[in-house]
Design a protein around this ligand. Structure first.
Ligand code: SF4
Ligand code: SF4
Length: 349
């Protein structure tokens, strides 16, 4: 059985993420995965489950992960995918961070308590210090997943490690783009990277610094339950397996902004959108992309009024699909960065 280089990379990248490659094989993989001259990406993983990295490996729509890694970006540091380990990995990370102009991807929350020692990137470097230090030379900072964006599950009460999202550590920063999700959809990361490479500046964002392209509409506005069932006499589902709107069963679609109903998850590999999503598979939207998830969206399977109280479950507006409330666009000319500020790197050893 012969593999094409493209097929090999796809399998190898998945195997590397699953921890099935030996150090020697990883070294070989690293030599072919790193490309010369592409925009440089440094990917830090903090307090989380690595789910966003695994989700990233399913990228199909904008670009497959192997084409992204071999022809588009230079992924200089990423725990799961990089070639080297141990002291050599530390040296690679330190050298990468010393050269300005990269895209910094942060996955997982940042424990601030205990002087940061609840989570280390490598011996002697806490995740907190790593985010502060690596952000200094970054052109853009992508907080990938809800933990990195807002603290997420890691910061759930009582949060003994005082974990925070990137914004909680860095404060206001016009380079920061939040890409929440538990996990984040691969399209949200790859699409944002493609946008940055194409335009050279931060895309239009909402008040939580999420790209409007992906997070500009409520789940509820595009839910098939609203279009197909509501207003047709079926209304609310009596149980999760039943047909109809799941709001009384705890669906948070009215307060959740994401394009899951159209984009869906798990593409069949044709390059098209995915095959299913949470409500499509019979459950509810848990609101996983929202600040405060999971605590503020809990209990998951109990009806909660929308925070502003403007819509009751029987709001009488269910037979039509309408746009969500206008979202505040926060990108301004002064947070546009020129393409040249994402530097390539042509000095790999
Ligand atoms: S409340 Fe949930 S299930 Fe009901 S229409 Fe809205 S998003 Fe769909
Ligand atoms: S439908 Fe809701 S819970 Fe499911 S992935 Fe999308 S935002 Fe998260």
């Amino acid at each position: 059985m012969r593999f094409s280089r493209r097929e090999f990379l796809k399998v190898a990248a998945a195997a590397a993420a699953a921890g099935r490659l030996t150090p020697a094989a990883l070294a070989s993989l690293g030599r072919v995965l790193r490309i010369e001259g592409g925009p440089r990406v440094i990917w830090l993983q903090g307090a989380g489950c690595d789910g966003d990295a695994i989700s990233f490996l399913n990228s199909i729509h904008y670009a497959t992960v192997d084409s992204l890694l071999t022809t588009t970006i230079d992924l200089e540091f990423q725990n799961n995918l990089m070639a080297v380990t141990g002291d050599m990995a530390v040296s690679v990370g330190e050298a990468a961070g010393a050269e300005p102009g990269y895209i910094l991807v942060v996955e997982g929350a940042i424990p601030v308590g205990g002087d940061g020692k609840y989570c280390t990137v490598w011996h002697g470097l806490s995740m907190y210090d790593a985010v502060v230090e690596f952000s200094q030379n970054a052109s853009f900072i992508l907080a990938l997943g809800t933990c990195a964006s807002f603290g997420g599950v890691t910061a759930g009460a009582p949060n003994p490690t005082n974990s925070q999202g990137v914004g909680g550590v860095l404060g206001s920063d016009d380079r920061l783009i939040n890409l929440p999700g538990c996990p984040a959809h691969p399209d949200w990361l790859v699409g944002t990277i493609v946008y940055l490479l194409t335009n050279g500046y931060v895309p239009p964002l909402d008040e939580h610094r999420r790209p409007l392209e992906f997070f500009g509409r409520r789940i509820h506005d595009n839910c098939f339950n609203r279009r197909e069932y509501c207003g047709q006499g079926i209304n609310f589902a009596p149980e999760l397996s039943g047909e109809g709107c799941k709001e009384l069963l705890g669906c948070k679609g009215k307060r959740t902004y994401a394009d899951c109903p159209m984009r869906k998850w798990n593409s069949d590999g044709s390059g098209e959108f995915g095959v299913n999503w949470c409500i499509g598979s019979g459950t509810t939207c848990l609101g996983c992309v929202e600040p405060g998830f999971p605590d503020a969206l809990s209990p998951f399977y109990v009806y909660l009024p929308t925070p502003d109280g403007t819509e009751s479950p029987d709001d009488g507006d269910r037979g039509t699909t309408v746009g969500g409330p206008e979202k505040k666009v926060t990108n301004r000319p002064d947070n546009h960065r020129e393409m040249g500020e994402i530097s390539g790197h042509d000095d790999h050893n």
